[in-house]
Design a protein around this ligand. Structure first.
Ligand SMILES: [Zn+2]
Length: 490
């Protein structure tokens, strides 16, 4: 009896000590948010700026996989409109055309010893999915301003950025400001199909001139409200890396023939097994690297209970990882993802097809590699009757990871908090692709962040239907670019 009591007491002490450690860690965790002084809000004729963005949407600068479908007159129209709308920019900055419709602007700084900064955005947009036109509340290329929003393709991705930057520079020139540090602007024309003519050529041009850039800022994260449970403030996600990309075609080969006497392993059955195996054996992952970094930035701003969990990952990591794995977004932050996207096989209901195939799209986590993913597929599929062919033409390794602290990251984070007080800033991993990676040869500090305030639900409208951006959100974007250039270059 005495021994039992002793064990019980020991256990009780252990629980109390553990709880004490958990609470102590939660209480002592310190915020990573930059302290900022109040900055006078830049005055802005927002209505006029909104009208310009609205007009910009009406140019159908769609980039198609098949270049023959692209309409040069839409880009030319947009360029003429930019010239007419921003006379000071066009009188002060040097403008060069890169690969037909990409634009490189140079605003020369007075101190040649300082490395330039480079702001990147793209003029092109994705098409409207055929058949979805009627689901748009406003025509996709109308640029209608209604209910406090600017509607249409490109309002989020990425004309808001092209025009927000131009508004900011026009304003700075009007204020008589002169940069010490050169400010470069690059507006690509084919980001949505990989940027191989625009950004890639732009980066080559800069490299050929020996230009080294202090930092690059392209689209990527945003200021997202209701981003995370337990965080009341909007979260500004500043992309410091982006995932890689690879599509692998699996083809199962078997004897064809009459479907009245099927073999045990028909091509379709073999293929299905391979798909299920890949689905059940995902690439390994977990809370490490950038995901851990993100939690370290957001955790201290969470409500107490969640803060305690995040601050005590030595104890709660398995629990968190299980939770995250259930969320497609959080899962994508933790590992290289596996997504079967196209399947084909067979043409007649009473004939066994001699082959069946599937395309599986992998988004590669920094730290994983194309070669590593291929090894994983071979090991998991483990069947010689299934051919494995990567599309190496479109494959991309994950980007380099830029520093998530230090001068440039801190400058961007501080500029966000100056124009959007109270916002929580964090480094993060961009799950999609951007033009930013093409600029790796000219800078080690590549950031992906578009300073628009948006609800997490509205992000679905990007590349989807009813793309729109709030009028006030556009104001914040312009103010951010204005402040960022002041902070970085003036
Ligand atoms: Zn984009």
């Amino acid at each position: 009896m005495k021994a039992l009591l002793r064990i019980f007491l020991l256990l009780l002490v252990a629980v109390v000590v553990l709880a004490g450690v958990v609470v102590a860690r939660a209480v002592t965790v310190t915020s990573k948010q930059a302290a900022v002084a109040t900055v006078t809000k830049m005055d802005l004729d927002l209505d006029a700026a909104v009208q310009r963005l609205s007009k910009a949407v009406t140019f159908k600068t769609i980039s198609f996989q098949d270049p023959a479908q692209s309409d040069a007159s839409q880009f030319e129209g947009l360029h003429a409109f930019m010239e007419q709308s921003y006379p000071k920019v066009h009188a002060t900055l040097k403008r060069e055309t890169v690969s037909t419709h990409s634009l490189l602007y140079t605003w020369s700084g007075s101190d040649a010893a300082l490395k330039p900064i480079l702001l990147v955005a793209h003029q092109d947009v994705v098409p409207v999915v055929p058949g979805s036109e009627s689901k748009w509340e406003q025509d996709a290329f109308s640029g209608v301003v209604k209910d406090g929003f600017i509607w249409g393709r490109g309002t989020i991705d990425d004309k808001i950025s092209v025009f927000g930057i131009l508004e900011a520079v026009e304003k700075l020139i009007a204020e008589g400001k002169q940069p010490k540090r050169t400010v470069l602007l690059f507006f690509g024309h084919d980001e949505e199909i990989g940027g191989r003519h625009g950004a890639l050529e732009g980066a080559k041009l800069l490299a050929s001139r020996g230009v080294k850039v202090e930092f690059v800022l392209d689209e990527g994260g945003a200021i997202v409200s209701k981003a995370m449970p337990g965080v009341a403030a909007p979260v500004a996600t500043i992309g410091v890396a982006e995932k890689g990309y690879m599509t692998v075609k699996l083809t199962a080969l078997a004897d064809g023939g009459h479907s009245s006497q099927p073999p045990r392993d028909s091509a379709i059955a073999l293929l299905a097994k391979a798909i299920v195996r890949l689905n059940d054996h995902q690439m390994p992952g977990g809370i490490s690297g950038l995901t851990a970094d993100m939690l370290d930035h957001i955790g201290p701003e969470m409500s107490f209970g969640l803060k305690a969990v995040v601050a005590n990952r030595w104890l709660f990591s398995p629990l968190l990882e299980r939770q995250f794995a259930g969320s497609p977004v959080m899962n994508a932050f933790m590992r290289t993802t596996t997504a079967p996207t196209i399947i084909s096989g067979g043409s007649k209901d009473n004939v066994l097809p001699p082959e069946a195939s599937v395309s599986v799209n992998f988004r590669i986590l920094p730290g994983d590699t194309i070669g590593g993913v291929l090894d994983h597929i071979k090991e998991v599929v483990a069947d010689e009757r299934v051919k494995i062919e990567p599309n190496l033409e479109t494959a991309l390794e994950a980007s380099k990871v830029s520093p998530s602290s230090g001068t440039d990251f801190d400058l961007i984070a501080r500029s966000v908090r100056e124009v959007a007080p109270g916002v929580v800033t964090t480094p993060y991993l961009v799950l999609g692709g951007t033009d930013a990676r093409h600029f790796e040869p000219v800078s080690d500090n590549i950031y992906r962040f578009l300073p628009m305030t948006i609800e997490s639900d509205d992000l679905k409208r990007m590349h989807g239907t009813n793309e729109r951006i709030g009028v006030e959100a556009y104001g914040t974007a312009i103010r951010f670019y204005h402040r960022l250039i002041e902070n970085a270059a003036m």
